[in-house]
Design a protein around this ligand. Structure first.
Ligand SMILES: Cc1ncc(COP(=O)(O)O)c(C=O)c1O
Length: 371
C-alpha cells in the first residue's frame, strides 16, 4: 500500500500536505542563524490569530504532554491547590502531571462524553477558595467532546473570591481548527501541538501565556529546566528556540502556517464545522451511535460506539485493509468505541471515503457473523 494512499484518520498525527512535508525536508540551517530567525518570526506571527492573543506564543520542542508539563511547572509551586476539571484521558493526564510535581489536586469529574457544565466548575471554585490554578481541556480527544471554554472561564472569574487563579487550557486537539480566543476568554496558558490541527509532523509545542500567567510564573517554584518559560521567552525574542529545536518540524510548520494563512482562520473553522457535521451524519446514516452528546460534539474528533457483536480491534484491522486508519478507545473505553480524527488537512472526499470503507467493513463483519 503506497503511503499516500492511506486515509490517516487517527486524531493525531494528522496528514501532512506534500508541500509541508517537502518544507520539512529542506536543508538544515544553523538554529542560531538568520535563516532560522526568519522562520521563527514568521511562525510566531502566523500563530497569533489562531491562539487569539496579542502577545507572542512560546515555541517548545516536544509533544503535547511536554506542553502540559511545561504549563504546570511554570505556573505552580509544590503544595499549591489546583482544580483539575476532567472528563477524559487527557484531562486526567494534565491533573496527574500537577500531582506528580507536588500540587494538591482536587479533581472535578465530569461525565465522559458530555461537556463540563459551568455550574459544576462554579461550585468547585466556591468550595475551594484557595486554588491557585484551574486546569481545563478545550477538546477532549478521548471522547470527542468540545468544552465551552469562554463559559467555564467566566464562571471561574465570577466565583473566585481570592486572587484570580490561573486558568490552564489544553487546546492540543482544537487550536488551529476550532475558534480559540485566549485574550477575550481570559485564559492564562493555552497549549497546542504541531501534529494536530497544524497539519505538520509531531515534535513542536506552542504555548500562549497571559500577563497573569507571567506573574504566576515569576512566583512558581516547581522544579523545571528544559521547559522553563523564561528561557523560551528570551529565545523567542531572539527569534530562536531553547536548546536544539526540531528544525525540520519548524520548517514544516512554516509552510503549513502559510497555507493556513492563505485559507484564513474563519474559513478553516467553517471547514472543520462542515467536516464534523459530515462525519456525524455519515456515521448515523450507517446506524452507528456517537459517543459524545450532540451539543458538545467535537469538530476535530468523533468517538463512535462499536456496534454490538463486533470486536473493535478486528474492525480497526479490517478498515486498515481498506486503507483507512482509525484509533481505538482509550482507558476504560478501549474496545467499546473507536475514534476518527478530522482536523488539519481534511476534506469532504476523505470523509466520504471513510464512510464508504466503514459501510463495507461493517457489512462484511455482519455477514461473517451470520455465517
Ligand atoms: C487533548 C490532548 N492533550 C494532550 C495530548 C498529548 O499530546 P502528545 O501525545 O503529543 O504528547 C493529546 C494527544 O493526543 C491530546 O489530544
Amino acid at each position: 500500500v503506497a503511503y499516500d494512499d492511506i486515509n490517516l484518520r487517527v486524531p493525531g498525527p494528522t496528514p501532512v500536505p506534500e508541500q509541508v512535508a517537502l518544507s520539512g525536508a529542506r536543508p538544515m540551517v544553523n538554529h542560531r542563524g538568520p535563516e532560522f530567525a526568519a522562520t521563527v518570526a514568521e511562525v510566531l506571527e502566523r500563530l497569533q490569530p489562531f491562539f487569539g492573543i496579542q502577545s507572542e506564543p512560546l515555541l517548545l520542542t516536544g509533544s503535547g504532554t511536554g506542553a502540559q508539563e511545561a504549563a504546570i511547572v511554570n505556573m505552580l509551586s509544590p503544595g499549591d491547590e489546583v482544580l483539575s476539571v476532567t472528563a477524559g484521558v487527557f484531562g486526567e493526564r494534565f491533573g496527574a502531571i500537577a500531582e506528580a510535581f507536588g500540587a494538591e489536586v482536587t479533581r472535578v469529574q465530569g461525565e465522559w462524553g458530555k461537556a463540563i457544565s459551568a455550574e459544576t466548575v462554579a461550585e468547585a471554585v466556591r468550595d475551594n477558595p484557595a486554588i491557585k490554578a484551574v486546569i481545563l481541556t478545550h477538546n477532549e480527544t478521548s471522547t470527542g467532546v468540545t468544552n465551552d471554554i469562554a463559559q467555564l472561564v467566566a464562571a471561574i472569574r465570577r466565583e473566585a473570591t481570592g486572587p484570580q487563579p490561573v486558568v490552564l487550557v489544553d487546546g492540543v486537539s482544537s487550536i488551529g481548527a476550532i475558534p480559540f480566543r485566549m485574550d477575550e476568554w481570559d485564559v492564562d496558558v493555552a497549549i497546542s501541538g504541531s501534529q494536530k490541527a497544524w497539519m505538520s509532523p509531531p515534535g513542536m509545542a506552542m504555548v500562549g501565556v497571559s500577563e497573569r500567567g507571567w506573574a504566576a510564573h515569576a512566583e512558581a517554584r516547581m522544579p523545571r529546566f528544559y521547559w522553563d518559560f523564561t528561557k523560551a521567552r528570551k529565545n523567542g525574542e531572539k527569534r530562536t528556540m531553547p536548546f536544539t529545536p526540531a528544525v525540520g518540524v519548524v520548517h514544516a510548520m512554516q509552510e503549513a502556517l502559510r497555507l493556513m494563512n492563505e485559507e484564513g482562520p474563519e474559513n478553516i473553522y467553517t471547514r472543520h464545522a462542515a467536516i464534523g457535521e459530515r462525519v456525524r451524519t455519515g456515521l448515523q446514516a450507517l446506524g452507528l451511535e456517537l459517543f459524545a452528546e450532540p451539543t458538545a460534539a467535537s469538530n476535530t474528533v468523533t468517538a463512535v460506539r462499536t456496534p454490538e457483536g463486533i470486536d473493535t480491534s478486528t474492525l480497526i484491522k479490517a478498515l486498515r485493509q481498506r486503507r483507512v486508519v482509525v484509533a481505538n478507545g482509550q482507558d476504560w473505553l478501549k474496545g467499546s468505541i473507536f475514534r476518527i480524527g478530522h482536523m488539519g488537512w481534511v476534506h469532504e472526499r476523505d470523509i466520504d471515503a471513510l464512510i464508504v470503507a466503514l459501510e463495507a467493513t461493517l457489512d462484511e463483519s455482519r455477514l461473517e457473523q451470520a455465517v
